[in-house]
Design a protein around this ligand. Structure first.
Ligand SMILES: Nc1nc(=O)c2c([nH]1)NC[C@@H]1CN(c3ccc(C(=O)N[C@@H](CCC(=O)O)C(=O)O)cc3)C=[N+]21
Ligand SMILES: [Mg+2]
Length: 297
């Protein structure tokens, strides 16, 4: 191993600690805690574990957690009615509707119903538009967490070559925009990109967000590159395992001997996502209370 490990878990713990202290100060000033509502439709066990860990993290950060669990056969109208109630609820500062939604519920229609001032996931078109034109707004938690890790390591990203692999609305596209805002030279690669290994080899910064286990190989990397692995893929259980291993989109075992720095999976980007969600919720709370948010947030 020659790469430095980028300890997202430790960075996230630090961020949560800071947010928790500011959230306590907020509660003093505002006379109420900041509140995050999470809506989970259906009974996917992985989502359930994840929603519960978010609830715990919210409470640990001195905020209020509201969970709404709805049956898998909930209609779009009923789901939107729940979102509208949360929009109107003054105890709720942030609303997260857990994706993916089951069945043929229209995710875009549901997200569009969220008050953009409570859109702590940053998935609303208003938030996406604000990010694109450089106006203040909520930025999706995963890419914001990634850019925090990159700025922590490199300080200034000006002129660096960044390659984002993946073009989703929730990671790839906002990630590219944040890198561009930091004056990196940005390439977005995807499933139709020609000569992907050669494209990745030019990168000083690689952000892998494709959702394919260990797809990015060590010999695709420029020696010394910084690698941010957004993927969280569960492998099939090997002999004697009850649960498969969790791996990223990068072949970590080989890549760690070529990269300059790399995030592990687990313990890299995943924990940052939750910490940033809490941070966004507290920013929303300050705005709702009409109190200026501390600079450090
Ligand atoms: N509206 C919405 N917003 C989301 O942000 C959202 C979502 N829906 N749906 C599901 C995905 C997934 N996601 C994760 C966040 C943290 C970890 C995380 O903390 N992972 C740990 C380990 C997890 C484990 O051990 O299973 C890690 O990477 O170290 C994972 C996954 C947020 N998502
Ligand atoms: Mg995410």
């Amino acid at each position: 191993m020659t790469a430095e490990l980028i300890d997202g878990k430790a960075f996230a713990a630090d961020l949560r600690e800071r947010v928790g202290a500011h959230a306590a100060a907020f509660a003093e000033k505002a006379g109420r805690k900041a509140g995050l509502a999470v809506v989970l439709v259906g009974e996917d066990p992985a989502s359930d574990v994840y929603v519960r860990s978010k609830g715990k993290a919210t409470i640990a950060a001195n905020m209020e957690s509201f969970e709404h669990r709805l049956p898998a056969d909930t209609s779009e109208a009923d789901l939107i009615a729940v979102v509208e109630r949360l929009n109107a609820d003054p105890a709720v500062d942030g609303i997260l509707v857990q994706l993916p939604l089951p069945g043929d519920l229209d995710e875009q229609a549901v997200i569009a119903a969220i008050d953009p001032g409570k859109d702590v996931d940053g998935f609303h078109v208003e938030s996406a538009g604000r990010l694109m034109v450089g106006r203040e707004g909520f930025v999706p938690c995963t890419p914001l967490g990634c850019i925090m890790l990159l700025k922590d390591r490199h300080g200034d990203l000006s002129g660096m070559n960044a390659v984002v692999i993946g073009r989703s609305n929730i990671v790839g596209k906002p990630m590219a925009q944040l890198l561009l805002d930091a004056n990196a030279t940005v390439t977005i690669a995807h499933s139709r990109t020609k000569d992907l290994p050669d494209v990745v080899r030019r990168a000083d910064i690689v952000v892998a967000a494709v959702g394919r286990a260990e797809m990015v190989k060590a010999d695709w990397l420029k020696p010394g590159a910084t690698v941010i692995d957004v993927g969280i893929n569960r492998l099939a259980p090997a002999d004697g395992e009850s649960k498969g291993r969790l791996v990223g989109d990068v072949d970590f075992e080989a890549a760690k001997d070529v990269a300059g720095a790399i995030t592990p999976v687990p313990g890299g980007v995943g924990p940052m996502t939750i910490a940033v969600l809490l941070r966004n919720t507290l920013v929303a709370a300050y705005a709702h209370a009409g109190i200026e948010a501390p600079e450090a947030l």
